[in-house]
Design a binder for this molecule. Structure first.
Ligand code: NDP
Length: 295
């Protein structure tokens, strides 16, 4: 293996320490405790784990965590009424509605009901527009985590060729905006892209956000490139029958043989996503109180 392994877990720990330091100062100097409300509708097991982890991390950073668990058949007006209450609650600085929602709920309606200033996931249409026009916004946590790791590894990203495989609203598109903001030359690929292998081989920065286990092999990776693997896929364990394991969208071993740097799954992008959620909550809290934003 040639590649440096980008340790997202360790980097996330430094971000979380910084957030905890800011929270301590907000409490001591302004008497404010940042608060994050997480809303879970239904009993999707993966979502339950995510929500539990987010709540735990929020408390560990010294913030208040408010969890709202609603039945899977909750009518839309009831969910919107809860969001309206959270919007009006001064103790709540960040609101996150865990996706995916049950099929009878329209995620666009629900997300756009959140006060954009409290939209710590950065999915509200106002934040999407602000990000797209290079204005101050709430930035989606997963792409933000990827950007921070890239900046940490490269310093300046200016002029680098970035290829993002995946064009979702929550990862691919905001990732492209962020990399444009850092002056990369950005290509977004998707399921209809022709010559995907060739396009990937041109990437100084290759970001995989597809949701297909180990789809990108090492011979799609330009020698020395930085590979960020956003994918989280659970597959049957190759040796332990009946068990499963997590893999990314990149074939880690073959990619690590040619890349300059690569994020592992697990332990790469995932921990940074949660760290950025905490950072966004503190940013939202500071903005709400007219205080300087944490760096
Ligand atoms: P989506 O399913 O919303 O989007 C997947 C994208 O991949 C689509 O744009 C799709 O193209 C594209 N795609 C699918 N098949 C191919 C293919 N064969 N070749 C090229 N492109 C393809 O997924 P998300 O963006 O929500 O998530 C992507 C992955 O990242 C998932 O594994 C998810 O679990 C993970 N994830 C991880 C997070 C973390 O914290 N680490 C957070 C969020 C997501 P098209 O648009 O044409 O259909």
């Amino acid at each position: 293996m040639n590649a440096k392994i980008i340790d997202g877990k360790a980097f996330a720990a430094t971000v979380r320490d910084r957030v905890a330091g800011t929270v301590e100062r907000l409490k001591a100097e302004a008497g404010i405790t940042p608060g994050l409300a997480v809303v879970l509708v239904g009993e999707d097991p993966a979502s339950e784990v995510y929500v539990r982890n987010k709540g735990k991390a929020t408390l560990e950073a010294g913030m208040n965590s408010y969890e709202h668990k609603l039945d899977a058949d909750t009518p839309e007006p009831e969910l919107l009424a809860l969001i309206a209450r959270l919007n009006a609650d001064p103790a709540v600085h960040g609101i996150l509605v865990q996706l995916p929602l049950p099929p009878h709920l329209d995620p666009d309606v629900v997300i756009n009901a959140i006060d954009p200033a409290k939209d710590v996931d950065g999915f509200h249409i106002s934040n999407v527009g602000l990000l797209g026009t290079g204005q101050k916004s709430m930035v989606p946590c997963t792409p933000l985590g990827c950007l921070l790791m890239l900046r940490e590894h490269h310093g300046s990203l200016s002029g680098l060729n970035a290829v993002i495989v995946g064009r979702s609203n929550i990862v691919g598109k905001p990732m492209a905006q962020l990399l444009l903001g850092d002056s990369c030359t950005v290509t977004i690929a998707h399921s209809r892209t022709r010559n995907l292998a060739e396009i990937c081989r041109n990437a100084d920065i290759l970001i995989a956000a597809v949701g297909r286990p180990e789809m990108i092999p090492g011979d799609w990776v330009k020698p020395g490139a930085t590979v960020i693997d956003v994918g989280i896929n659970r597959i049957p364990h190759p040796r332990d029958k009946g068990k499963t394991r997590l893999v990314g969208d990149v074939d880690f071993d073959s990619a690590a043989a040619v890349a300059g740097a690569v994020t592992p799954v697990p332990g790469g992008v995932g921990p940074m996503t949660i760290a950025c959620l905490l950072a966004n909550t503190v940013t939202a809290c500071s903005r709400a109180h007219g205080l300087p934003e944490p760096q």
